[in-house]
Design a protein around this ligand. Structure first.
Ligand SMILES: Nc1ncnc2c1ncn2[C@@H]1O[C@H](COP(=O)(O)OP(=O)(O)OP(=O)(O)O)[C@@H](O)[C@H]1O
Ligand SMILES: [Mg+2]
Length: 579
């Protein structure tokens, strides 16, 4: 690494100024970035009291030369840029020479560092921006830095910090964000005396699994010269944008336009208010992106925004399309219970005309018990099914000569039926639950733990038996077991679903919204109980679905508010052809 020097006034004035350190999380981000710039292969972090008492980062990077070490704490002192031209070509995480100066003015700092191959190292102690106390120190190669009692001398800022668990939650989030995009390096974090997360060098797919426990089968790789990473399938979604990890040349950034491009790429595959799992690193020439627009370096400006937007949108769309059109063989699900076997031969029964492009994991939930439900929509009983389009829509007609054509969205209809059924069962306190053969376990961050704990009672009313199992080493919160699930899920447990439900119920806030929370949660369960994507139905199956539709209090919409049925009268059809 080059020598540390003070930037000249003119260059220093061109650097985006402002508050760099807002809370423990921002300290950790700066320290991790310094370790990355120093070429560390292994970085370990020790946190006490959510970072309010201690944030310690130890790396095995280049170290700092003894004569440079005191300079590192001066404003605009950096080894990473020298000229204005350098500012146009930034490939390092740091460039402002600002972070250590800011941190050391609001905390007690001890730095120990030794360059590779040198005999002695250096120790520097600074107390809240005081003159540095420097001494020789026998220490390992690399750098270790301890930040104690953050904001001890700025009570106004100290007041704004949240509890230790909440601050640790944020720390863990930035730690994961950075560890995620550097899978070739080892990262460790320990909170207090117990909880630790330790991820070994490997590839990105492995790193995603290590950090988030995501099933690799739910990830689709994007690997082009400009864009690298993974996107989740449309089944892996969350109620927050927190799992959208975007980077520019390895730098974590939040960019509305990139986020919009991602959502556009998914299009109709995402329900409103749901966000996907994303890890995408944009590889752009440094001169095409300005990283010097925000004091915390978390925002960037692209020279050609439209190009970036299209690049991301079409890469996401292309990856989803390629994934959904993978050739798979179609096997009729064994467990499917068809309804009345009436009607004409059907497309699916003609075999070769239809081959679904998405693997079928479980049958559509069409069949419900014959409870004493009154028929609410007799119109559906009188229909004759004439066919199925693309494995997704049922086409049916009314018997009269001048009748009406019905186009029914299979997935929306099945979801609607499941939702009605579940809502009624919930209202009467009789949701049937099914014990899982093997309980499934999932881990939570401190924030998620609170969400799950506060939702336990409602979850059990919905048919989910979830129990706390002990602290989660990996995520910092709690490990939970899912022991039973509502029977409409046919024994399919989804830890992901349980987390979503807890988040959904927590995200609404005030108690007056309880009904809305429950409704949204029931919709989600209903949504999970049916299978998405194209699926060939036999005539009997299609008729059974119509029969179920006739029984629900049917407002013409699926639980997500999308229409389920479109009717076209003979008159409308004739008008289309100007007859
Ligand atoms: N862990 C480390 N290993 C080696 N050198 C380091 C380390 N941390 C800091 N340095 C040296 O100290 C200098 C000052 O660090 P500081 O984080 O304040 O500024 P910067 O990284 O250059 O820019 P920025 O303010 O954008 O982070 C760096 O330029 C680097 O030379
Ligand atoms: Mg830095």
């Amino acid at each position: 690494m080059s020598r540390i020097h003070i930037l000249d006034k003119s260059l220093a004035s061109k650097i985006a100024a402002g508050e760099v350190i807002e809370r423990p999380e921002s300290v950790l981000k700066e320290l991790l970035e310094n370790s990355l710039d120093a070429g560390a292969a292994s970085i370990s972090v020790h946190i006490i009291e959510g970072g309010k008492r201690l944030i310690k980062v130890v790396d095995d990077g280049s170290g700092i030369a003894a004569e440079d070490a005191p300079l590192a704490f001066l404003r605009h002192a950096t080894s990473k840029i020298s000229t204005e031209d350098d500012l146009e070509h930034i490939m390092t995480m740091g460039f402002r020479g600002e972070a250590l100066a800011s941190i050391s003015s609001v905390a007690h700092v001890t730095l120990k560092t030794k360059r590779r191959g040198e005999v002695a190292g250096t120790s520097i102690v600074i107390e809240g921006g005081s003159e540095p106390a420097i001494s020789d120190e026998g220490c390992p190669e690399g750098t270790s830095i301890e930040i104690k009692d953050l904001f001890y001398n700025t009570p106004a800022r100290l007041k704004f910090l949240r509890g230790a668990e909440a601050e640790y939650g944020r720390i863990l989030e930035i730690f994961k964000r950075i560890a995620l995009v550097n899978p070739e390096r080892r990262f460790r974090i320990i909170h207090g005396s117990g909880r630790a997360l330790d991820v070994m060098p490997g590839n990105l797919r492995q790193r995603i699994t290590d950090l988030f426990g995501v099933d690799p089968k739910q990830l689709i790789e994007i690997d082009t010269p400009d864009l690298k990473g993974f996107i989740g399938t449309h089944e892996l979604t969350y109620p927050t944008v927190k799992y959208v990890h975007t980077y520019v040349n390895g730098r974590p950034v939040r960019d509305r336009s990139i986020n919009r491009a991602i959502l556009e790429g998914y299009g109709q595959l995402l329900d409103p208010g749901r966000y996907p799992f994303i890890v995408l690193d944009l590889k752009t020439p440094p001169e095409d992106v300005d990283v010097n627009i925000h004091p915390t370096k978390s925002e960037v400006r692209f020279k050609n925004t439209k190009y970036i937007y299209d690049l991301v949108k079409y890469a996401v769309r292309g990856a989803l399309t390629a994934f959904s059109t993978r050739p798979v063989s179609y096997e009729r699900p064994q467990t499917f219970r068809a309804g009345a076997q009436t009607g004409r031969p059907f497309l699916a029964e003609q075999g070769e005309r239809y081959s679904p492009s998405i693997p079928i994991e479980a049958p559509l939930s069409l069949q419900f018990e014959e409870a004493d439900e009154a028929t609410k929509n007799p119109e559906f009983l009188g229909l004759t099914v004439i066919g199925q389009l693309w494995g997704e829509f049922i086409i049916a007609e009314t018997p009269e000569r001048d009748g009406t054509i019905y186009i029914i969205d299979q997935h929306g209809a099945a979801e609607r039926c499941a939702y009605e059924r579940l809502k009624n069962a919930f209202a009467s306190g009789a949701v049937k639950s099914q014990a899982l053969l093997l309980p499934e376990r999932f881990e939570t961050t401190p924030d998620e733990k609170e969400e799950v704990l506060s939702a336990l009672t409602k979850l059990s009313e919905m048919g989910f038996e979830v129990a706390a199992f002990g602290p989660s080493i990996k995520s910092g919160g709690e490990t939970f077991l899912v022991k039973s699930v509502p029977d409409i899920l046919s024994g399919r447990a989804s830890c992901h679903l349980v987390k979503e439900l807890a988040q959904e119920m927590a995200a609404f806030g005030g108690s007056s919204k309880v009904d809305e929370k429950i409704e949204a949660a029931l919709m989600r369960v209903a949504c999970h109980s049916v299978v998405r994507g194209p699926r060939a139905l036999s005539s009997g199956e299609a008729q059974a679905l119509l029969k179920d539709l006739s029984k629900v209090d049917f407002a013409g919409h699926c639980p997500h508010g999308r229409p389920v049925v479109k009717r076209i009268s003979r008159g409308e059809l004739e008008a289309m052809f100007k007859r």
